[in-house]
Ligand binder design. Sequence first.
Ligand code: ATP
Length: 260
Amino acid sequence: MLTAHNISFARRGTPILTDVTTEVKPGAVTALIGPNGAGKSTLLHILSGAIQPDHGTVLLNGLRLAALPRKALARQRAVLPQSSTISFPFTALQVVLMGRGAHAGVTTRTEDMAIAQEALRMTGAEALADRPFTSLSGGEQQRVQLARVIAQISGADQDEPRFLLLDEPTNHLDLSHQLKILRVARALSRRGVGVFAVLHDPNLAAMFADTVIIMTKGHVLTQGPTHAVLRAEIIEEALGVRVIVQRHPAFDVPHIVPVE
Ligand SMILES: Nc1ncnc2c1ncn2[C@@H]1O[C@H](COP(=O)(O)OP(=O)(O)OP(=O)(O)O)[C@@H](O)[C@H]1O
């Protein structure tokens, strides 16, 4: 379990997060939605250990995040940032192998290669393995980066649950690639990974998340099972848009339709 207890964080005296308590369960997809500037990325960075909160505690599998050695942390959780630049012409496979850095000395080269290739296969990017990363389209780069973070937390060298933190993973992707990335995230969760994804589209959260957290102005407005949270009055309060929430015509999930 990855848990945040009573997290508060300010920048130059301005509160960004106030008393946030939440959890990311292994084996489930947790989506975080909320308006621009609500503090979603900041919370993701605090859950990842990249930012230290001013108050409160983050526990990863029962241990304080701040006290975990960097390599142990890297084997238990990986972060897909909103954007990342790689300017040296590494191949896609080399980029994915970079995810294995924290395992060096614990695994063999053959094992790392098998894990990298499996991660590329999962994200539908195996045909890109030998292409220079810089020559790939935005959607292709995103799938390779997802393969890198999957490779980072893969392998049999530790028993603790692992977590993937995805910051707007569908940004800049066409609909087909948005669905592909989130299908991979869901498939990983069904293998026991705890997935935490910042999403802007409540319909993607409805389709792929088991649990939804809604944040506004640095607070958790509500959180819980997707069906319970994605209700019209809550979405209207959080996002400031009038909506109707219907049953999705094809799946047993909410379908959110703006009506203004
Ligand atoms: N490096 C920084 N320096 C100063 N203020 C920052 C910094 N990063 C974020 N903020 C501020 O913190 C607040 C929360 O930002 P954050 O990026 O966490 O929001 P968000 O919900 O992820 O927004 P978005 O949906 O627009 O990506 C915003 O008011 C933002 O301007």
